[in-house]
Design a protein around this ligand. Sequence first.
Ligand code: PTJ
Length: 252
Amino acid sequence: MSEIDLPEDHPRYQSLLTRHRIEAGVEKGITSKQGLIAEGRGEAFDYLLGERTIESAAAAERAAAAHLLLADHPVLSVNGNVAALVAAEIVELAAAVDADIEINLFNRTPERMDAIAAHLREHGADEIKGLTADGRIPGLSHQRAKIDADGIGTADVVLVPLEDGDRAEALGEMGKTELVIDLNPLSRSAQVAAVPIIDNIIRAIPNMTAHARELQEFDRAQLTAIVEEFAAAAALEAAENAIRDGDLGRPN
Ligand code: PTJ
C-alpha cells in the first residue's frame, strides 16, 4: 500500500494518485481552485494518450535534460499544480542539473507563495526564488508578471510546466529558451516552446532526472547534438496524431 491506500499495480493508480495530490494541494492552500480545473483538462488529454510517455515525449524529455545541462543559469518554475504533484521530484531534478527553483503563480497571493515555499522545503528544497519579485516580465500586466531578477530574470533556460499561454509567450520574447510540459499539444505554451514535452508532469519530471543523470558524463558537443536533433514541430505533430488516433495505448 502507498500514499493513497491502493496497490501500485492498480490500473488507475497513477490517475488516482494525481487526483489525491491535487486535492491535498487545495486543502493545504497550495493549489488554486482553477488548478483543479486545469488538472481535469490535463487528465482528459492523458487518457487519450493512453496515460503513457509516448516516444516523441521521451525524446523531448532527453532534449530538455540536455538543454538544462548546457545552460549557464537554468531555472525550474513552480506553480500551485506543480508543487502539489511533484515537489520532491522537482527538488531532485534541480539537484541533478544544478538549477534554481522559482515559484511563479498565475493567481499570486502572499499566502499561496508562503504555503508553496514551505511545501517545497518540506520536500528538501534549500534556496527558493520567486519571493523577492524584484523583476518583471515585460508586456504582462498584473501579478503574473512578477519574477526574481536573479532567478528567471537572468535565466537562459527555463522549465515552465503547466504554464498559461500569455506568460509562456512573454517569456519567449525575453529570449529565454523555454522547456514546456503540457499534456495539450495545441496549447499556446506548447506551441511556443523550444522543447514541448507532451506528457503528464508526474511522469515527465522523473524521466528528465533519469536522462540528466545518464547525460551527466556527456561533453558539450554531445549534448548540443541531442538538442539540435530534437524537432519541436515533429514532436507536437506526433502527440496530436497519438491523441487523434485514440488507440489509448492499447496494442493494435
Ligand atoms: O498556481 P497558479 O496560480 O500559477 O495557476 C496554475 C494554473 C495551472 C491553474 C494556471 O497556470 C492555468 O490556468 O493554466 P492553464 O491555462 O489551464 O494551462 C494548464 C495546462 O496544463 C493545460 O493545457 C492542461 O492540459 C495542462 N495540464 C494539466 N495538468 C497537467 C497538465 N500537463 C501535464 N501534466 C499534468 N498533470
